[in-house]
Design a binder for this molecule. Structure first.
Ligand SMILES: [Zn+2]
Length: 316
């Protein structure tokens, strides 16, 4: 359990309610779930009363999560599979070391407020059950990049080029393999100054800030080695219009990382990489005005703040 119950994780303990003396038509037992450090309603689980099996436990990262953050949902117990529904998407649990789990990304545009995660699971004995808990999405105080019109124009892009690249990215980021390839901890791919944060908005000549930067920009000298943030498989290593020389790594379970503006590739598509392995070198290719790394993490196609994977601020 150690890995899943690391500091910052909230253990949602299960205590079976008294089953009563049977008879009648009570097909299900409502299981009260205690959430020691979380506010909001008490999650409940429902299982078939006739089956003698330990109810699984729902273990989640922080119950309060920022826009652009991520949630780790884990189910510990005798289950063979399940799905988590949250923020309008449904995602399969995959096998971890000691539980079945999935990461869920909180879109930068997700409205702040409370959301219920529904976890449907299948027990070893073939029956099914469900658990639920509430997450609170907190508003992130996005940084704003104030530009003058000329600087903004310089960054203006052909919409067709942008659309083509976004389509390629959507395809790469929709990779959803069942095997967990990553391991703790996640690494910063290059230890340099953060020059633009994830989610940063743009204001041109004092206009209302708009858009969200999809990655974290890290400055560094041209040619400096860029490390894989975690173990995985290279699913993309090619030249793009905006991101320049660009590498995407699949870490399994719908989690992928992207590395843009590279001067050179050190890996090829299909290659397996280890955490910390050099996958390319810092450069200024694509839409870039100076040597830097544009680093992304996407979860089930949702871009999230990659820095939160290394600074612990997601609660995992
Ligand atoms: Zn960037």
């Amino acid at each position: 359990m150690r890995q899943w119950l690391a500091v910052g994780l909230v253990v949602v303990g299960l205590a079976l309610a008294a089953c009563g003396s049977g008879g009648g038509d009570s097909p299900a037992v409502v299981v009260q779930v205690k959430t020691p450090s979380v506010g909001g309603p008490t999650p409940t689980a429902t299982i078939d009363a006739s089956i003698q099996i330990e109810p699984p436990e729902l273990v989640t990262s922080d119950a309060a999560v920022f826009q652009g953050g991520a949630v780790l949902v884990s189910v510990v117990g005798d289950i063979t599979g399940g799905e988590v529904s949250l923020f309008g998407g449904s995602h399969r649990l995959i096998q971890g070391d000691l539980s079945m789990f999935t990461f869920i990304g909180v879109p930068a545009e997700q409205t702040a407020g409370d959301y219920t995660a529904e976890v449907a699971f299948r027990l070893l004995n073939g029956t099914t059950g469900s658990l639920s808990t509430t997450f609170t999405v907190l508003a992130t105080d996005w940084t704003v990049d104030a530009l003058t019109f000329d600087e903004g124009k310089q960054r203006f892009l052909d919409t067709q080029v942008t659309a083509d690249e976004e389509a390629q990215l959507r395809e790469a980021f929709s990779t959803d393999t069942d095997t967990k390839l990553w391991d703790w901890p996640w690494l910063l791919p290059y230890d340099g100054p953060v020059t633009a944060r994830f989610g940063e908005q743009r204001s041109i000549d004092g206009s209302e800030p708009e858009g969200h930067h999809g990655g974290t920009d890290i400055g560094g000298p041209e040619g400096a080695p860029v490390a894989a943030a975690n173990h995985g498989t290279v699913v993309l290593a090619r030249q793009m219009a905006l991101r320049g020389n660009y590498v995407v790594i699949d870490h399994g379970g719908g989690v992928l990382s992207g590395y843009g503006h590279l001067s050179q590739f050190a890996v090829a598509e299909g290659q397996t990489v280890e955490r910390g392995q050099t996958i390319g070198h810092i450069g200024n290719t694509g839409l870039s005005t100076g040597a830097h790394l544009h680093w992304e993490i996407a979860i089930h196609g949702v871009l999230v703040d990659a820095l939160r994977f290394v600074d612990g601020s997601n609660g995992f």
